[in-house]
Design a protein around this ligand. Structure first.
Ligand code: AMP
Ligand code: ZN
Ligand code: FE
Ligand code: FE
Length: 275
Protein backbone atom coordinates (compact mmCIF):
# COMPACT_ATOMS: atom_id res chain seq x y z
CA UNK A 1 0.00 0.00 0.00
CA UNK A 2 1.24 3.48 -0.90
CA UNK A 3 -0.38 6.23 1.19
CA UNK A 4 0.59 9.81 0.35
CA UNK A 5 -1.92 11.67 2.52
CA UNK A 6 -1.51 11.38 6.30
CA UNK A 7 -1.80 13.75 9.26
CA UNK A 8 -0.05 13.86 12.64
CA UNK A 9 -0.15 15.87 15.86
CA UNK A 10 1.96 18.51 14.06
CA UNK A 11 -1.46 19.62 12.72
CA UNK A 12 -4.88 18.08 13.35
CA UNK A 13 -3.94 14.40 13.42
CA UNK A 14 -4.33 12.43 16.66
CA UNK A 15 -1.19 10.31 16.33
CA UNK A 16 2.37 11.49 16.88
CA UNK A 17 4.57 11.09 13.79
CA UNK A 18 6.23 7.98 15.29
CA UNK A 19 2.86 6.45 16.24
CA UNK A 20 1.46 7.20 12.79
CA UNK A 21 4.37 5.39 11.13
CA UNK A 22 3.76 2.36 13.36
CA UNK A 23 0.04 2.41 12.52
CA UNK A 24 0.75 2.76 8.80
CA UNK A 25 3.17 -0.15 8.87
CA UNK A 26 0.67 -2.32 10.77
CA UNK A 27 -1.97 -1.45 8.15
CA UNK A 28 0.29 -2.70 5.36
CA UNK A 29 1.75 0.57 4.06
CA UNK A 30 5.21 0.33 2.49
CA UNK A 31 5.52 3.88 1.18
CA UNK A 32 4.09 6.91 2.99
CA UNK A 33 4.04 10.69 2.90
CA UNK A 34 3.08 12.83 5.89
CA UNK A 35 1.05 15.85 4.72
CA UNK A 36 0.20 18.04 7.70
CA UNK A 37 -1.70 21.29 7.23
CA UNK A 38 0.69 24.22 6.68
CA UNK A 39 3.59 22.67 8.59
CA UNK A 40 6.61 20.45 8.08
CA UNK A 41 7.13 20.06 11.84
CA UNK A 42 6.24 16.34 11.87
CA UNK A 43 8.46 15.30 8.96
CA UNK A 44 11.80 14.74 10.73
CA UNK A 45 10.33 12.43 13.38
CA UNK A 46 8.23 10.60 10.78
CA UNK A 47 11.20 10.17 8.43
CA UNK A 48 13.33 8.72 11.21
CA UNK A 49 10.57 6.35 12.34
CA UNK A 50 9.89 5.29 8.74
CA UNK A 51 13.58 4.56 8.14
CA UNK A 52 13.72 2.48 11.32
CA UNK A 53 10.57 0.60 10.26
CA UNK A 54 11.84 -0.03 6.74
CA UNK A 55 9.22 2.17 5.03
CA UNK A 56 9.89 4.50 2.13
CA UNK A 57 9.20 8.06 3.23
CA UNK A 58 8.31 11.06 1.05
CA UNK A 59 8.25 14.57 2.55
CA UNK A 60 4.81 16.11 2.08
CA UNK A 61 2.57 18.98 3.08
CA UNK A 62 -1.07 20.09 2.64
CA UNK A 63 -1.12 23.85 2.19
CA UNK A 64 -4.33 25.84 2.49
CA UNK A 65 -5.10 28.31 -0.28
CA UNK A 66 -8.23 30.40 -0.78
CA UNK A 67 -10.21 30.79 -3.99
CA UNK A 68 -13.74 32.16 -4.30
CA UNK A 69 -13.79 32.53 -0.50
CA UNK A 70 -13.29 28.81 -0.03
CA UNK A 71 -10.45 26.68 1.26
CA UNK A 72 -8.47 24.83 -1.37
CA UNK A 73 -6.07 22.16 -0.12
CA UNK A 74 -2.88 21.85 -2.13
CA UNK A 75 -0.46 18.97 -1.61
CA UNK A 76 3.30 19.25 -2.10
CA UNK A 77 5.74 16.33 -2.33
CA UNK A 78 9.46 15.68 -2.70
CA UNK A 79 10.34 19.28 -1.75
CA UNK A 80 13.09 20.50 0.55
CA UNK A 81 11.47 20.89 4.01
CA UNK A 82 14.45 22.80 5.39
CA UNK A 83 14.13 25.73 2.97
CA UNK A 84 14.06 29.09 4.78
CA UNK A 85 11.64 30.89 2.46
CA UNK A 86 9.18 28.01 2.74
CA UNK A 87 9.44 28.19 6.52
CA UNK A 88 8.70 31.92 6.47
CA UNK A 89 5.65 31.38 4.27
CA UNK A 90 4.34 28.55 6.48
CA UNK A 91 4.89 30.61 9.63
CA UNK A 92 2.55 33.24 8.19
CA UNK A 93 0.04 30.55 7.24
CA UNK A 94 0.04 29.23 10.82
CA UNK A 95 -0.29 32.72 12.25
CA UNK A 96 -3.38 33.23 10.07
CA UNK A 97 -4.76 29.98 11.45
CA UNK A 98 -4.28 31.22 15.02
CA UNK A 99 -6.04 34.48 14.21
CA UNK A 100 -8.90 32.59 12.61
CA UNK A 101 -9.31 30.32 15.64
CA UNK A 102 -9.37 33.38 17.93
CA UNK A 103 -12.03 34.93 15.66
CA UNK A 104 -14.08 31.74 15.67
CA UNK A 105 -13.95 31.62 19.48
CA UNK A 106 -15.12 35.23 19.61
CA UNK A 107 -18.03 34.49 17.29
CA UNK A 108 -18.99 31.48 19.36
CA UNK A 109 -18.82 33.58 22.53
CA UNK A 110 -21.26 36.08 21.01
CA UNK A 111 -23.56 33.14 20.27
CA UNK A 112 -23.35 32.09 23.94
CA UNK A 113 -20.91 29.24 23.35
CA UNK A 114 -17.87 29.65 25.58
CA UNK A 115 -14.59 27.84 24.96
CA UNK A 116 -11.18 28.69 26.39
CA UNK A 117 -9.47 30.02 23.26
CA UNK A 118 -6.33 31.16 25.10
CA UNK A 119 -5.76 27.67 26.41
CA UNK A 120 -6.46 26.18 22.98
CA UNK A 121 -3.95 28.52 21.32
CA UNK A 122 -1.42 27.83 24.08
CA UNK A 123 -1.82 24.07 23.51
CA UNK A 124 -0.82 24.62 19.88
CA UNK A 125 1.99 27.08 20.51
CA UNK A 126 4.78 24.51 20.07
CA UNK A 127 7.35 25.07 17.31
CA UNK A 128 5.74 24.61 13.93
CA UNK A 129 2.49 23.31 15.34
CA UNK A 130 -0.52 24.11 13.21
CA UNK A 131 -3.95 24.71 14.77
CA UNK A 132 -7.24 24.12 12.97
CA UNK A 133 -10.97 23.88 13.48
CA UNK A 134 -10.75 20.26 14.72
CA UNK A 135 -9.11 21.68 17.88
CA UNK A 136 -12.15 23.92 18.37
CA UNK A 137 -14.34 20.87 17.77
CA UNK A 138 -12.55 19.04 20.60
CA UNK A 139 -13.07 22.03 22.91
CA UNK A 140 -16.78 22.09 21.98
CA UNK A 141 -17.06 18.40 22.84
CA UNK A 142 -15.21 18.94 26.14
CA UNK A 143 -17.59 21.83 26.92
CA UNK A 144 -20.63 19.65 26.30
CA UNK A 145 -21.69 21.60 23.20
CA UNK A 146 -21.29 18.71 20.77
CA UNK A 147 -21.26 14.92 20.90
CA UNK A 148 -18.42 14.32 18.43
CA UNK A 149 -16.22 16.08 15.90
CA UNK A 150 -18.73 15.86 13.02
CA UNK A 151 -21.49 17.11 15.31
CA UNK A 152 -19.31 20.06 16.36
CA UNK A 153 -18.58 20.97 12.74
CA UNK A 154 -22.18 20.66 11.66
CA UNK A 155 -23.58 22.66 14.58
CA UNK A 156 -20.96 25.39 14.82
CA UNK A 157 -18.07 25.39 12.39
CA UNK A 158 -19.26 24.99 8.83
CA UNK A 159 -20.46 27.80 6.58
CA UNK A 160 -23.72 29.31 7.80
CA UNK A 161 -23.15 28.33 11.44
CA UNK A 162 -22.38 30.74 14.32
CA UNK A 163 -18.69 29.87 14.56
CA UNK A 164 -17.92 30.03 10.86
CA UNK A 165 -15.31 32.55 9.82
CA UNK A 166 -14.07 32.67 6.23
CA UNK A 167 -10.38 32.05 5.78
CA UNK A 168 -7.88 34.65 4.61
CA UNK A 169 -4.97 33.32 2.61
CA UNK A 170 -3.00 33.06 -0.62
CA UNK A 171 -4.46 32.10 -3.98
CA UNK A 172 -3.69 28.63 -5.35
CA UNK A 173 -1.33 30.22 -7.88
CA UNK A 174 0.92 31.56 -5.11
CA UNK A 175 0.94 28.25 -3.23
CA UNK A 176 1.82 26.34 -6.41
CA UNK A 177 4.67 28.78 -7.11
CA UNK A 178 6.02 28.52 -3.56
CA UNK A 179 6.04 24.74 -3.66
CA UNK A 180 7.69 24.77 -7.09
CA UNK A 181 10.34 27.13 -5.72
CA UNK A 182 11.44 24.36 -3.31
CA UNK A 183 11.35 21.68 -6.05
CA UNK A 184 8.01 20.29 -4.93
CA UNK A 185 5.56 18.36 -7.06
CA UNK A 186 2.14 19.91 -6.55
CA UNK A 187 -1.20 18.09 -6.45
CA UNK A 188 -4.72 19.33 -5.73
CA UNK A 189 -6.14 17.49 -2.71
CA UNK A 190 -9.48 15.66 -2.83
CA UNK A 191 -11.08 17.59 -5.75
CA UNK A 192 -14.17 15.42 -5.33
CA UNK A 193 -14.78 17.01 -1.92
CA UNK A 194 -14.25 20.49 -3.32
CA UNK A 195 -16.70 19.99 -6.20
CA UNK A 196 -15.40 22.96 -8.15
CA UNK A 197 -13.74 21.64 -11.26
CA UNK A 198 -13.28 25.11 -12.77
CA UNK A 199 -10.84 25.79 -9.92
CA UNK A 200 -8.95 22.62 -10.77
CA UNK A 201 -8.77 23.76 -14.41
CA UNK A 202 -7.43 27.14 -13.25
CA UNK A 203 -4.78 25.43 -11.11
CA UNK A 204 -3.74 23.31 -14.09
CA UNK A 205 -3.19 26.56 -16.00
CA UNK A 206 -1.11 27.75 -13.02
CA UNK A 207 1.25 24.78 -13.29
CA UNK A 208 -0.31 22.01 -11.18
CA UNK A 209 1.68 18.76 -11.56
CA UNK A 210 -0.85 16.22 -10.32
CA UNK A 211 -4.38 15.50 -9.15
CA UNK A 212 -5.24 13.52 -6.04
CA UNK A 213 -7.40 10.90 -7.74
CA UNK A 214 -7.43 8.39 -4.88
CA UNK A 215 -8.86 9.61 -1.56
CA UNK A 216 -11.07 8.13 1.16
CA UNK A 217 -13.92 10.52 0.35
CA UNK A 218 -13.80 9.88 -3.40
CA UNK A 219 -16.43 7.70 -5.00
CA UNK A 220 -15.54 5.47 -7.93
CA UNK A 221 -17.13 8.16 -10.12
CA UNK A 222 -14.73 10.76 -8.67
CA UNK A 223 -11.80 8.43 -9.34
CA UNK A 224 -12.75 7.95 -12.99
CA UNK A 225 -13.55 11.65 -13.45
CA UNK A 226 -10.24 12.93 -12.06
CA UNK A 227 -8.13 10.20 -13.65
CA UNK A 228 -9.69 11.24 -16.97
CA UNK A 229 -8.92 14.89 -16.23
CA UNK A 230 -5.32 14.04 -15.31
CA UNK A 231 -4.88 12.02 -18.50
CA UNK A 232 -6.40 14.76 -20.65
CA UNK A 233 -3.85 17.26 -19.33
CA UNK A 234 -0.88 14.90 -19.05
CA UNK A 235 -0.81 15.27 -15.27
CA UNK A 236 0.52 12.90 -12.64
CA UNK A 237 -1.76 11.23 -10.11
CA UNK A 238 -1.48 11.10 -6.30
CA UNK A 239 -3.54 9.40 -3.62
CA UNK A 240 -3.87 8.56 0.03
CA UNK A 241 -6.23 7.96 2.92
CA UNK A 242 -6.19 11.40 4.64
CA UNK A 243 -6.00 9.43 7.89
CA UNK A 244 -6.11 11.67 10.99
CA UNK A 245 -5.49 9.03 13.65
CA UNK A 246 -7.81 6.97 15.83
CA UNK A 247 -11.00 8.64 17.11
CA UNK A 248 -10.43 11.68 14.91
CA UNK A 249 -14.03 11.78 13.76
CA UNK A 250 -12.89 11.41 10.17
CA UNK A 251 -13.61 8.54 7.83
CA UNK A 252 -10.10 8.20 6.39
CA UNK A 253 -9.04 4.71 7.44
CA UNK A 254 -5.54 3.34 6.94
CA UNK A 255 -4.93 0.53 4.49
CA UNK A 256 -8.04 0.93 2.32
CA UNK A 257 -7.19 3.68 -0.16
CA UNK A 258 -3.80 4.24 -1.72
CA UNK A 259 -1.92 5.12 -4.87
CA UNK A 260 -1.33 2.35 -7.42
CA UNK A 261 2.40 1.49 -7.69
CA UNK A 262 2.63 2.46 -11.39
CA UNK A 263 1.30 5.95 -10.61
CA UNK A 264 3.77 6.31 -7.74
CA UNK A 265 6.63 5.21 -10.02
CA UNK A 266 5.78 8.01 -12.48
CA UNK A 267 5.62 10.54 -9.64
CA UNK A 268 8.98 9.45 -8.20
CA UNK A 269 10.53 9.44 -11.67
CA UNK A 270 9.42 13.02 -12.26
CA UNK A 271 10.76 14.07 -8.85
CA UNK A 272 14.12 12.42 -9.57
CA UNK A 273 14.29 14.11 -12.96
CA UNK A 274 13.86 17.53 -11.38
CA UNK A 275 16.55 17.58 -8.74
P1 AMP B 1 -9.15 24.00 9.14
O1 AMP B 1 -7.79 23.48 8.79
O2 AMP B 1 -9.18 24.82 10.34
O3 AMP B 1 -9.84 24.63 7.97
O4 AMP B 1 -10.01 22.69 9.47
C1 AMP B 1 -10.25 21.81 8.40
C2 AMP B 1 -10.02 20.40 8.85
O5 AMP B 1 -11.10 20.01 9.68
C3 AMP B 1 -10.05 19.44 7.69
O6 AMP B 1 -8.78 19.24 7.14
C4 AMP B 1 -10.54 18.19 8.35
O7 AMP B 1 -9.47 17.53 8.98
C5 AMP B 1 -11.48 18.68 9.41
N1 AMP B 1 -12.89 18.73 9.01
C6 AMP B 1 -13.46 19.53 8.09
N2 AMP B 1 -14.79 19.34 8.01
C7 AMP B 1 -15.07 18.38 8.92
C8 AMP B 1 -16.28 17.71 9.31
N3 AMP B 1 -17.47 18.03 8.77
N4 AMP B 1 -16.19 16.78 10.27
C9 AMP B 1 -15.01 16.47 10.82
N5 AMP B 1 -13.84 17.05 10.48
C10 AMP B 1 -13.87 17.99 9.55
ZN1 ZN C 1 -6.77 17.68 8.58
FE1 FE D 1 -7.64 18.34 3.06
FE1 FE E 1 -5.67 16.15 4.70
Amino acid sequence: MIDLHLHTTASDGRSTPADLVAEAKAAGCRTIAVTDHDTVAGLAEAAAAAAAAGLTFIPGIEVTAVADGRDIHILGYFFDPSDRSLDEFLTIQRERRRERIAGIAERLRRAGVVIDADRLLADYSGAGRSIGRPAVAQALIAGGYATDVSDAFERYLVEGKPGYLPRVGPEPREVIARLHAVKGLVSVAHPGKMRRDYLVEAMIADGLDAIEVYHSDHTIIDVVRYQTMADAHGLLVTGGSDYHGPNSGRDGTLGLVGLPPAAFARLAERAAGRS
